[in-house]
Design a protein around this ligand. Structure first.
Ligand SMILES: Nc1nc2c(ncn2[C@@H]2O[C@H](COP(=O)(O)OP(=O)(O)OP(=O)(O)O)[C@@H](O)[C@H]2O)c(=O)[nH]1
Ligand SMILES: [Mg+2]
Length: 245
């Protein structure tokens, strides 16, 4: 069966049982024709089992179970491969914790084929364009996010204003051009690395403003070690960018 006209919404989860049931309901309110893939890393809180139950009742819902916490980047990559293998037209990624509100789904999808404009290969739900923003972030977190963004834009010559956000809609045909084996990132720098690889593949980007709300329920999985690793990987990619090595 071909899903060539469909959108696959991808959500990587690790311990998101407090957020997922309400979020899934809202997602289908805004995008009733989309399919949903949850990539769960054997969450101890039973997120994966809850998704399996949903999948039995709703053909739109799919679950990919991985053996343990293998990182956000590789979880998104697994979803991308699923979209390619199943021939979806768009691959739309979002977080499970309501930071990426489903109300933006119609705008993100519509921006892929702008009326009177050229089709786009990647639409970014952007915090850092006019109309976008963040809610309830401590100043320290905002400064950290903006600094990492400026760092990646500068080192990797990227044009988008939000290079680290994960709320994105990709054209699956462009994902086919990415060499997943060559990736350096397993975790959060996956977002910047993907932009860089897509730019090299000649992709056209667009940004749609979103207001990013801080997570209310559940625990954050990002830590200082993960952030440091991301900074190192971006520097490594910059060396490749400049020297080809
Ligand atoms: N499958 C999988 N999902 C993950 C992993 N790490 C994070 N996630 C999911 O990726 C999404 C983003 O993670 P968050 O912990 O919200 O990261 P963040 O938004 O940078 O941090 P907060 O603002 O504190 O929420 C969420 O849906 C998580 O459940 C992982 O190792 N494996
Ligand atoms: Mg979050």
């Amino acid at each position: 069966m071909s899903f060539a006209d469909r959108t696959l919404i991808n959500i990587a989860t690790y311990n998101e049982i407090e957020n997922l049931p309400g979020l899934v309901e809202e997602i289908f309110r805004y995008a009733p024709n989309a399919h949903l893939l949850i990539v769960d890393d054997n969450s101890p809180d039973g997120t994966g089992q809850w998704v399996d139950e949903q999948a039995k009742q709703d053909q739109r819902v799919h679950c990919l179970h991985r053996s343990g916490k293998l990182g956000l980047g590789t979880a998104i990559m697994a979803g991308m491969k699923y979209a390619i293998d199943n021939d979806y037209r768009y691959f739309l990624n979002m977080d499970a914790d309501y930071s990426h509100h489903p109300k933006y789904l119609p705008q993100l999808i519509a921006a892929m084929e702008p009326v009177g404009g050229k089709p786009v290969d990647l639409v970014i739900g952007s915090r850092y364009v006019p109309g976008g923003g963040v809610e309830n972030w401590p100043l320290k977190r905002l400064l950290m996010s903006k600094s990492v963004n400026a760092y990646a834009r500068w080192l990797l010559w990227l044009k988008p204003h939000d290079c680290s956000g994960g709320y994105r809609c990709y054209r699956t045909s462009v994902l086919r051009k990415l060499d997943f084996e060559a990736y350096h990132s397993r975790g959060y720098s996956f977002q910047q690395e993907t932009l860089w690889r897509m730019k090299q593949a000649g992709a056209k980007f667009a940004e749609v403003p979103i207001v990013f709300a801080d997570r209310v329920k559940g625990n954050s999985k990002i830590n200082l070690r993960e952030a440091r690793r991301a900074i190192k990987i971006i520097a490594r990619l910059a060396v490749t960018n400049w020297t080809g090595l």
